[in-house]
Design a protein around this ligand. Structure first.
Ligand code: GDP
Length: 485
């Protein structure tokens, strides 16, 4: 098959090679057109087909967004509990996909991106329902020109808490032996604990039925994009939008997630203090999980072993040797300045690293400075300021030249995706100890879909999603998951 022509954007191109629409006012969202000045230009080809799909989507969104007559009519039908079969007398029919928050910011960003791709494929309008979670406030800019992607909380009649047992879910509907096609709205439970009937979402025949449901509400804590690549009816369109499949989140993430002016203020201040004057920028994301315990000493040792073994950070030398080799005394040689930004909930890793390079010199005389913007101690899901800081740190690290991330962390996936860099991934602990191989260069910049459906739609039996199609493999950092290659 002919592969469509693709373009690599010029460095410093504020519209990112056509990925971004020019139709925005710069001041309402400073980051949108300015991030390109800070970030490395994308090395991942952007297909003209994706660009035209985005422009087409923007027109649809403008036509159907909150505040439009089409939206008012669609809401009216939802309130009246009407199914999607009646044609709209005006001729415009708008179908919606409503995102519901679940889990931490990294998970949320990935699930919004996955939902957006599903909306693109199915001509639905993506709206974010932040009703019970004020934490969407002042976090992101609007991504679509001339309209909003926020569902006004008071508008939406579906107020119940959505869980795996919700009667209106796809899984429950199929479980009762009913066809989902006639419902006025349906809930898609794409959370890690989903069961077989919910997993049928990834089957072609169910997708046919869902086309007739005007409002789909979903919840996901997962990057379910690889699952969409399993569905035959989307194959052709996906291959045109993403002739190379390994940069889906990279493009959609750079398109969708522009930090608000408040968050961008933090990013540029951090950048000015830590990164701006450096010759080389290294971002290290250190995440600990309760399910993968490891002591601080061991994890610190693992980080050092990784960064030294892979020549990411220079080895230190004894004090006396360092004094003669730095070259500063005779003024002959300007040492290379490396800036390291560590992001973590904990302060210990950056403190130890900073002390190491304060107390010792390096053989080639590089000056290594180590910073950490925040160390919040613990995670508070749904706290506005915490989310703002977390987003600012993700965006700052996406300006790095090299990134080291913690395997399995969605926070890390967002960093690598926005950066467009394959990260060095800290391998998860082996029975509470640092593994022999401290880190590996990731095979792709794509995030891992941690809980794939593992269901074979043809045989209607359990299957291994990692072995169904050629370009979807088990993840290196989390073998239970799958990712696009
Ligand atoms: P994951 O749990 O690693 O997959 O990442 P999530 O982003 O989904 O959830 C972790 C949450 O904990 C984040 O959203 C933050 O609120 C917080 N968090 C974790 N690591 C960091 C960090 O390095 N910096 C900041 N500011 N917050 C963090």
């Amino acid at each position: 098959a002919a592969v469509p022509l693709a373009t690599v954007p010029d460095p410093g191109d504020r519209l990112l090679g056509g990925l971004l629409s020019p139709d925005f006012d710069d001041r309402s969202c400073l980051s949108r057109y300015r991030a390109a000045r800070y970030r490395r230009a994308s090395r991942h080809a952007l297909s003209p087909h994706l660009v035209s799909a985005l422009r087409r989507y923007e027109s649809l969104h403008r036509l159907c967004a909150p505040g439009t007559p089409a939206y008012a009519r669609a809401l009216g039908r939802l309130r009246a509990n009407a199914s999607g079969d009646g044609a709209d007398p005006s001729g415009t029919r708008c179908d919606y996909l409503v995102w519901t928050p679940n889990a931490g910011l990294g998970n949320r960003i990935l699930s919004i991106a996955a939902g957006f791709l599903y909306a693109l494929l199915t001509d639905r309008v993506l709206l974010l329902n932040g009703s019970r979670h004020e934490d969407l406030d002042d976090l992101f800019c609007e991504p679509f020109p001339g309209s909003t992607w926020i569902l006004p909380p008071r508008d939406f009649p579906v107020r119940k808490k959505l869980t795996i047992d919700t009667a209106e879910s796809l899984g429950s509907t199929l479980g009762r032996g009913e066809a989902p096609g006639g419902a006025p709205w349906l809930y898609l439970h794409l959370v890690h604990n989903y069961r077989t009937p919910d997993r049928l979402f990834f089957c072609d025949d169910v997708q046919t039925q869902l086309r007739r449901v005007p409002w789909l509400v979903f919840q996901a804590d997962n990057y379910f994009v690889p699952g969409l690549f399993l569905i035959p009816r989307y194959e052709r369109e996906l291959s045109r939008m993403f002739p190379r499949r390994d940069a889906v989140f990279h493009h959609l993430g750079r398109y969708l997630f522009h930090p608000s002016n408040t968050v961008w203020g933090m990013v540029t201040r951090y950048h000015g203090s830590y990164f701006a004057k450096a010759d080389e920028r290294l971002g290290i994301q250190v995440r600990t999980f309760k399910w993968a315990p490891i002591s601080t000493d061991d994890f610190y040792g693992q980080i050092l072993k990784c960064t030294h073994r892979e020549n990411i950070l220079p080895a230190v030398v004894a004090r006396a040797a360092a004094n003669t080799s730095t070259g500063g005394a005779d003024g002959q040689q300007a040492a290379k300045r490396k800036a390291v930004v560590v992001v973590s909930l904990h302060g210990e890793y950056s403190e130890r690293l900073r002390d190491l390079y304060h107390e010792h010199g390096t053989a080639a005389g590089e000056a290594v400075s180590v910073f950490q913007p925040t160390h919040l101690g613990e995670q508070h899901i749904g706290d506005r300021q915490q989310n703002q800081k977390a987003l600012a740190e993700m965006v700052l690290l996406s300006f790095s030249d090299v990134v080291v991330t913690t395997g399995v962390s969605t926070f890390g996936y967002v960093i690598q995706g926005l950066a467009g860099l394959r990260p060095w991934v800290l391998v998860r602990p082996d029975h509470g100890k640092a593994p022999d191989t401290p880190c590996r260069l990731a095979p792709t910049i794509e995030p891992c879909f941690h809980r794939p459906p593992n269901y074979d739609c043809r045989t209607k039996a359990r299957g291994d999603t990692g072995r169904t199609v050629q370009h979807i493999r088990h993840c290196e950092d989390f073998p239970e998951g799958v990712q696009l290659l």
